[in-house]
Write a protein that binds this ligand. Structure first.
Ligand SMILES: Nc1ncnc2c1ncn2[C@@H]1O[C@H](COP(=O)(O)OP(=O)(O)OP(=O)(O)O)[C@@H](O)[C@H]1O
Ligand SMILES: [Mg+2]
Length: 685
């Protein structure tokens, strides 16, 4: 007798469950997606013990009749797909027909559902994959699925569950983000004791952000929208013999992007605050993460990440969602087109918006560990291979993330706060203490983790939002928050004075500006060097005496690798003995100790990438690194007196740059004390 057997359904389902369901949040994800696919407009999620004891999701969608209610628990039973061709253009969130049988094989499930068209609804009880009861029941239209005792029959799985608060954090993050993707629907998440999310329908995503995270988070985000017609369809045309000649040529459709991105001053230590939705499906995608990082290159430090909510819409044929059992990854049929579109749209939006850092945003900086909805190495997407997708999860992020709590926290007053923020003195319009706890926890999701504060050209310390706000929605208020001050009028500012020979004070119609002269000049030089380098026009100056630089052997190896690029940037460097270099010429403005420090820095950074020097390091990265370093070391220093003409020149030159908001290392260049804030501080409003 042969050794091969067909596995019983129950075993097959448990194997599938291993891929689809790994924690309460993944159950919530599947059930939420089912409710959305059923056209629900109101979805309520209840959890007990972080979802370990109970998850109950009710929707007012189309429901199922008795036959379907039973079929739904069969493997590969789905209403969303019929033929393999359908697989090429999936418009629903689910399609595998696997979620319900998988969940039912590892928990005790009760399904209550009614279509509203039949005389009665249906109630099905099933545990560990075995149907226990099927009854008629009087029910309103819609579906309720209760999943109790998750993994009761798979102790090995149960052992991997984390603390209740961690599991609840995952569930919360998930519900929050689906709520963001569907502002027109009503979402609720309640635990045994708290209402955690309560989001009635609103017209726009901005209002939903306001509703969930409060106005301060919204104020740190800027809207972006773009679209491009696709030149061709991603799927190849059918061969001529299969083609119906009467059928019109396929319209390739349009690629659309909408969403929100953070101002450069808001920085995070990992990618956990980047949320990407493709056709309203929450996904993790390396390609798009890369595009976003590229858009922010030299606007924030390479070690920091922005907060981005990105909604991409495209014809379903353009994206293959059948890549990952948990449906958290996709493959685009026109990969580089999507990548470049996202990168360029974001970058253009950043250049156009030139968001100005407000005084308060910069002052409220709270780099200490703060609670967050994201546990350390956790992806907001259950089932996605965390380690592979989130290589940047690190201990610092863990400190930021772990102590998630829903009990109200007592806020300690922040000593550094300026008294002119009268908003902070007003009694809040909170609906209750629970809501405040949620508001704080939710705002923390967008709160930047602290970055080390260093001298010189180091990355900027990140700023933070504080607290939540009244969830009541007011469109007008949302719009007011979004009318962000920007740096477009830099050229028309009038320099008034220099503060401690380091900062330029300037008056503008929108308020009082403080400009950091060093980083401002650094940005000007950085963009000039990159431009000049492109047209091979770098000005070099010969040094009177060659500068001798001693290097260690590994540094010599790194030097050999980057020598050609240094040469293109105006350096003339020759070996002078086995461990010494002689610098004979350098870019204009760079000399003496600054030149030496610059060279050491570039060699250090270029060598730090790996122990083995990379043979084919990304040339653009090297170029920008060299440009940033030359700019930093030749820019006007702090503690340098500037006459009015030079101050004016600097502001004019800064106005011409494409990113006057932050230096190439991510530090803010200019702060605005807005007219509105000034008036408020003097009690004139
Ligand atoms: N909340 C719901 N309202 C109405 N019908 C539902 C609901 N949940 C599930 N169904 C029906 O049950 C079927 C099976 O659901 P299940 O989640 O197992 O598979 P699926 O959604 O089709 O695919 P996937 O496994 O990718 O989620 C669905 O195709 C749908 O017809
Ligand atoms: Mg499903």
């Amino acid at each position: 007798m042969g050794r091969i057997r067909i596995l019983p359904d129950q075993v097959a389902n448990q194997i599938a469950a291993g891929e689809v369901v790994d924690r309460p949040a993944s159950v919530v994800k599947e059930l939420l997606e089912n409710a959305l696919d059923a056209g629900a407009s109101r979805i309520r999620v209840e959890v007990e013990a972080g979802g370990r004891r109970l998850i109950r999701i009710s929707d007012d969608g189309q429901g199922m009749n008795r036959d379907d209610a039973l079929l739904a628990f069969e493997r590969h039973a789905t209403s969303k797909l019929r033929t393999t061709d359908d697989l090429l253009s999936i418009a629903t969130l689910g399609f595998r027909g696997e979620a319900l049988p998988s969940i039912a094989s590892v928990a005790r499930v009760t399904l209550e559902t009614a279509t509203g068209e039949e005389a009665s609804g249906t109630r099905v009880e099933i545990a560990g994959g075995r149907i226990l009861h099927v009854d008629d029941a009087a029910l309103p239209r819609g579906t309720t699925l209760a999943v109790a005792d998750l993994f009761f029959n798979t102790p090995a799985r149960r052992k991997f569950l984390r603390a209740e608060s961690t599991e609840l954090a995952h569930v919360t993050a998930l519900v929050t983000h689906y709520a963001l993707a569907h502002p027109e629907k009503h979402f609720e998440l309640v635990s045994a004791t708290h209402t955690i999310v309560s989001a009635p329908p609103v017209a726009r995503t901005a209002e939903r952000i306001y509703q969930i995270f409060g106005k301060e988070t919204l104020a740190q985000l800027l809207p972006v929208a773009a679209e491009t017609p696709l030149a061709r369809a991603g799927l190849p045309e059918p061969p001529p013999w299969k083609k119906d000649p009467s059928e019109p040529a396929r319209d390739p459709g349009v690629l659309r992007l909408a969403g929100f991105y953070s101002k450069p001053e808001l920085q995070k230590l990992n990618r956990n605050s980047i949320y990407i939705f493709v056709n309203k499906r929450l996904i993790r995608d390396r390609l798009l993460l890369h595009a976003i990082t590229e858009a922010y290159r030299n606007v924030i430090p390479p070690t920091s990440f922005p907060v981005v909510l990105l909604f991409l819409e495209m014809p379903p044929e353009e994206v293959d969602v059948n890549v990952h059992p948990a449906k958290t990854e996709v493959r685009f049929r026109q990969q580089s087109l999507v990548h470049d579109f996202v990168r360029d749209s974001l970058r253009t939006a950043l250049i156009k918006a030139r968001p100005a850092a407000g005084f308060l945003a910069a002052l409220d900086s709270a780099p200490a560990a703060s609670p967050s909805l994201m546990p350390p190495a956790a992806s907001p997407l259950p089932g996605s291979p965390d380690s592979a997708l989130l290589p940047d999860s690190d201990p610092a992020a863990a400190a930021d993330a772990d102590p998630f709590q829903l009990t109200p926290r007592v806020s300690t007053p922040f000593p550094g706060r300026l008294p002119f923020d009268s908003r902070s003195l007003q009694p809040g319009g909170w609906g209750g203490q629970d809501q405040q706890a949620w508001g704080e926890a939710a705002a923390a999701l967008f709160q930047p983790a602290g970055l080390p504060v260093e001298e010189g050209c180091s990355p900027s310390p990140a700023s933070a939002t504080t607290g939540g706000s009244n969830p009541a929605t007011a469109t007008a208020q949302v719009e007011a928050e979004q009318a962000a001050a920007n740096l477009n009028h830099l050229g028309s500012l009038r320099p008034l004075a220099q503060l401690r020979e380091s900062f330029i004070l300037a008056a503008g119609d929108d308020g009082l500006w403080i400009i950091d002269q060093h980083v401002a000049h650094e940005r000007v030089l950085f963009e000039k060097i990159l431009r000049d380098r492109q047209v091979e026009q770098v000005l070099r100056q010969r040094l009177l005496m060659p500068l001798l630089v001693e290097l260690k052997p590994w540094q010599m190896v790194v030097f050999a690798r980057i020598a050609e690029e240094l040469d293109r940037n105006g350096f003339e460097v020759e070996p002078f003995g086995p461990q010494t270099l002689a610098v004979k010429a350098a870019p204009v403005g760079l000399e003496g100790a600054a030149l030496e420090r610059m060279l050491a820095e570039v060699i250090e950074q270029s060598g730090a990438d790996s122990d083995e020097p990379k043979q084919n390091e990304d040339l653009t990265a090297l170029r920008t690194r060299i440009a940033a370093s030359i700019a930093c070391h030749s820019a006007i220093k702090v503690n340098t007196a500037l006459d009015p003409a030079r101050m004016e020149w600097l502001l004019l030159e800064l106005a011409k740059t494409s990113h006057p908001t932050s230096c190439p290392h991510g530090r803010p260049i200019a702060l605005l004390y807005s007219w509105r804030e000034i008036q408020r501080a003097f009690h004139r409003t």
